[in-house]
Design a protein around this ligand. Structure first.
Ligand code: HGY
Ligand code: MN
Ligand code: MN
Length: 416
């Protein structure tokens, strides 16, 4: 196979236009997006993506979790495909690029191959994983988790959103229950381009992150039981204060993460007080602790310490305490051969690059359980993500997609 020329590049304006057109669907209130999984906005985004792919000559398959697979044929139909994708669903106050860049970059790779009449031995499949964010239906990366055999389809269908609607009901409501068995597809390789969602690449002035690993994660959902009582007339010594217990646990999580530096993080993003009335002490407090680190032993030690100390905090306050792990994956090592292909592509194209460990979780983490997989990252402004102000440059998006093009072509093998 002839070496890929350094002038082989995607069309960054077309990629950017597609990103901006997708961003019009499920707009947020501050310039970002609220296109949560299985909402009408998600369905509208799916239809737009499908139409673009079919205009590019791709054929669509959908599995029973609603993940979309758009195939460009290879010259050898029996050769396992090279998959390239990410997710179109967003956080409630999400940005325009988290996940979306990876899906539309996959489409841009195909559009470029069509422009240049390039054929590949292996088919190429552009993928939109359902429910990567886990914001509406925990855990994150739910569909790719079922694909990798980590979760059962029944478990996934039964996951409920804050209004009590199930994943299965909502997938059926928007009309995206596919026929394919989840995980029946086999992959030759999987690539995912994603914004870094952290500050390192921008701070180091690097255009490309060559992602070698992804840190592991636990999501620990605590349910604390206090006693509802008047916030004014209840003496301090008679209170069973679940809110105070939560505050002390959050402070403890911060301490545990800081004592495990460098490389560990811990915090809480979601809290629900019940009855959540300003002059009633909460009878119930439900919140999720999110801890992450690339070191597996450290990750599990942090979990054990947090659960032990949370129980002690609650006992001292007479507050009931239960905890359920609602999300988890071990640290991931991506495929060294694919990582080298990404690094070589960045070199060939003249893009500055550095090795990187992904701080956020991605569908690639589950794909890596069933196929050789890796990621490419581009910087984002101030490292900000999961915020409507999330921002990247067209150049960063273009550079990442150029590297994706080269790495995918090297793996899918150009013919002729
Ligand atoms: O939580 C994560 O790391 C990803 O955004 N789902
Ligand atoms: Mn993402
Ligand atoms: Mn995200």
């Amino acid at each position: 196979m002839a070496a890929l020329g350094q002038n082989l590049r995607i069309n960054p304006d077309r990629l950017w236009d597609s990103l901006m057109d997708m961003a019009k669907i499920g707009p947020g209130i501050a310039g970002g997006n609220n296109r949560q999984t299985l909402t009408d906005a998600d369905a509208e985004g799916r239809r737009l993506f499908q139409s673009w792919c079919e205009d590019a000559g791709l054929t669509m398959g959908v599995d029973k979790m609603g993940t979309m697979f758009l195939t460009r044929p290879g010259t050898e139909p029996n050769a396992l495909p090279v998959y390239v994708g990410s997710h179109l669903d967003t956080q409630p106050t999400g940005g325009k690029y988290d996940g979306v860049l990876g899906v539309l970059a996959g489409l841009e790779v195909v559009r470029t191959l069509n422009d240049l009449g390039i054929r590949t031995k292996h088919p190429i499949v552009v993928t939109n994983w359902a429910n990567e964010e886990g914001a509406r239906f925990a855990p994150a990366m739910l569909a790719s988790g079922v694909f990798a055999g980590v979760h059962s389809l029944d478990y996934a269908y039964g996951r409920k959103d804050p209004e009590g609607k199930t994943y299965g009901e909502e997938l059926k409501r928007i009309g995206w229950v596919g026929e394919e068995e989840v995980g029946a597809r086999k992959m030759h390789a999987y690539f995912e381009l994603h914004i870094e969602q952290g500050p390192i690449l921008e701070a180091e002035d690097k255009q490309i992150g060559v992602v070698t690993h992804c840190q592991g994660l636990w999501w620990l959902e605590f349910t604390l039981t206090g006693r509802e009582a008047h916030t004014g007339s209840t003496p301090m010594n008679l209170r069973v204060n679940a809110g105070l217990a939560m505050a002390r646990i959050m402070e403890m999580v911060q301490t545990v993460a800081m004592e495990n530096q460098p490389g560990a993080v811990g915090g809480v993003g979601q809290v629900n007080f019940s009855p959540n009335s300003r002059n009633v002490l909460p009878g119930k407090v439900v919140f999720t602790v999110d801890i992450r680190t690339p070191d597996l032993a450290k990750l599990n030690a942090m979990r054990a310490r947090i659960e032990t100390e949370a129980a002690e905090i609650c006992e001292a306050l007479g507050v009931g305490c239960s905890v359920e792990a609602v999300g988890h994956f071990d640290p991931v090592t991506f495929d060294p051969k694919l990582v080298s292909s990404v690094r070589a592509a960045a070199e060939r194209l003249g893009y500055s690059h550095m090795d990187l460990i992904s701080g956020a979780g991605h569908d690639a983490c589950w794909a890596a359980k069933v196929a050789p997989a890796t990621m490419i990252m581009c910087p984002c402004v101030g490292g900000l993500s999961h915020n409507e102000a999330e921002d990247i440059s067209k150049d960063w998006a273009g550079a990442g997609c150029d590297v994706l093009l080269h790495a995918v072509l090297e793996t899918a093998e150009v013919v002729g």
